[in-house]
Design a protein. Sequence first.
Length: 273
Amino acid sequence: MLRTRVLTAVVLLALLLPALLWSPLAWGALTVLFVTAAAWEWTRLLGRSSAAWPMAALVAVAGIAALAWRHSAGGWPPVALLVLAVPAAAYWLVGGPAALARHDARAGGVALALLLLAAAWAALVELRDGGVALLLSAMALVWVADVAAYFVGRSIGRRKLAPAISPGKTWEGAIGAAVVVALAGIAVAHWAPHWQTLPALLVSRLGTVGAALVLLALAAVSVVGDLHESLVKRQAGVKDSGRTLPGHGGVLDRIDALVAVMPAALLLVLLLR
């Protein structure tokens, strides 16, 4: 299993890294494939197996068309990005926690799933257009939160965060993750203020305290995204969202928190730049 996980990770890096460094267009084209796979998995998790392939085809065609539009027009208009980012960010800030509270992550169905995936994908492409550092710094918030939650939870975790959804997560782990994300983000912003990173943008526009509060909120959104996907899987009665990535489960298993955080990160960039 470990060998399979490592091999899959190496292949993914070999595909993603060159596309990331090459251009937003190359990055967008490759990530369309991953979002298409995630759409297929999410549709099946919602109990709509017969619609999974049509939905995947729709996502693929729409993604290619959106990239062609972006390339020919020299970028997407801000209003189009806001139309995606605002409702997606609002869902993860309000609707997502509400879904977790009532233990039902299927409300909204396939339409909501496609909106959330589209917003996350548009954010991945648009943030990459702002520079590799901007995109990676936004994605790193999710990775840091995940790692910090694991280690803090294992060290001092006592109170279960959502035992009926994900028994391994604790309040201590979630709070520790948020604090680590805030501290790491502020440290990066002050250590390299001229780098085009999301934390540097937040500090320059909102100050250290304001940036720290926003980073805490983004870490919380990351946890919501993770729990939301866990609840969708639990309602579907499966352990993984799919078997697309050998040794890692499905694509959605790997990008659940990114799907939640990226629209909010894009919205911040649009409002603060």
